[in-house]
Design a protein around this ligand. Structure first.
Ligand code: THU
Length: 137
């Protein structure tokens, strides 16, 4: 459970990341920052490509950076956009893989918190490892 000061510090990290986004096509920058279970913070930005579908979202970059460093879960993830946009469906699915109970802080580029959700609220009835186990039985 993060204090309000810790939540703001995480949002501020996502704001810093936001300014490193590579979004020459949409011009819609996104920054993300998460607290992994080790306590370490990982950030991410959206990285676009001239082949548009190859683009990857900021949230998934942050999560994949964390997982590739050996993390298995995260408690809180902050997402920063110009207008306080919420995470896309693919990112919600990836968040659910690593912690359906994680807190997602939605903020704008001024660092103002505009929404706060659990991953399971953003993606109810998510498909998960349990569904695959049932199929294997
Ligand atoms: N984008 C993200 O980084 N995260 C989201 O959850 C929504 C969309 C990026 C992808 C693309 O670079 C731009 O925002 C416009 O879709």
């Amino acid at each position: 459970m993060l204090t309000n000061e810790e939540k703001q510090a995480l949002i501020d990290k996502a704001v810093q990341a936001y300014h490193k986004a590579y979004a020459p096509y949409s011009k819609y920058s996104v920054g993300a920052a998460l607290v992994a279970d080790s306590g370490k913070i990982y950030d991410g930005v959206n990285i676009e490509n001239a082949v548009y579908p190859v683009t990857i979202c900021a949230e998934r970059v942050a999560i994949f950076k964390a997982v590739s460093e050996g993390e298995k879960s995260f408690s809180t993830l902050a997402v920063v956009t110009k207008n306080g946009g919420t995470p896309c469906g693919s990112c919600r699915q990836v968040m659910a893989e690593f912690n359906p109970h994680a807190l997602v802080l939605i903020a704008n580029v001024k660092g103002e918190l505009v929404g706060e959700y659990r991953v399971h609220e953003l993606l109810p009835s998510a498909f998960g490892d349990g569904d695959l186990e049932e199929a294997r039985e």
